[in-house]
Ligand binder design. Structure first.
Ligand code: FMN
Length: 187
């Protein structure tokens, strides 16, 4: 049985380029790994600001939107976070989506696809890394990092040069290796 890789698109704003990078990541992972690849677009999932009464570590969710999100994340074995950079960090929608859940994240590996201006979104992934550690998500390297990202998206479709995409195969191989180590029962 193959493992499930969930590609999570953080950006939710109209006109975003993040969805194009999410679609690119899904296609790339499907052609360069054995993962069963799925997309979670936070704009479509449309979670309200965190509104659960109990701490997520209990997994005792009250709301249907939380239960639906828990099913998506709980069904994944590994993640790729496709993250923009807003004001030197990752965006609020992603923090909100992370805060909603507990056990569904824990003990699973994650990789980064970051993008932005000159910094390629690396300040966002640095900030994200400490939140992932708190949730028990194990981040792996290498990552895909896209500087001056706007130039690579035309009409909602991303085309990345080899120099930018070159970390992709090693990133997926490390995600696969860590998934096999962490979730042998799912094999
Ligand atoms: C509120 C806001 C803050 C931003 N802050 C940064 C930043 O700190 N660093 C950076 O490289 N780009 C920054 N940008 C530019 C984004 O990298 C660029 O708009 C990118 O397209 C955002 O991703 P998205 O289109 O998927 O939302 C910012 C954009 C917005 C809207």
């Amino acid at each position: 049985m193959s493992h499930t890789l969930l590609v999570i698109v953080a950006s939710t704003r109209p006109g975003r380029i993040g969805r194009a990078f999410g679609d690119w990541t899904v296609d790339f992972a499907q052609s360069h790994s054995d993962f069963d690849v799925q997309l979670a677009d936070l704009a479509e999932i449309d979670l309200p600001l965190y509104d659960e009464p109990e701490h997520p570590r209990f997994g005792n969710y009250q709301h249907e939107h939380t239960k639906a999100w828990a099913k998506i994340v709980g069904g994944a074995d590994a993640f790729v976070f496709v993250t923009n950079e807003y004001n030197h960090s990752f965006n609020a929608a992603l923090k909100n989506a992370l805060d909603y859940l507990g056990p569904e994240w824990r003990g699973k590996p994650a990789a980064f696809f970051s993008y932005g201006g000159a910094s390629a979104g690396l300040r966002a992934t640095n900030a994200l890394d400490s939140v992932l550690a708190c949730l028990g998500i194990i981040s792996v390297q290498p990552a895909i990092s896209v500087p001056f990202a706007m130039q690579y998206v035309k009409d909602g479709v991303a085309t990345l040069p080899d120099a930018v995409a070159s970390a992709g195969p090693a990133m997926l191989a490390e995600l696969q290796r860590m998934t096999d180590l962490l979730r042998p029962a799912a094999q």
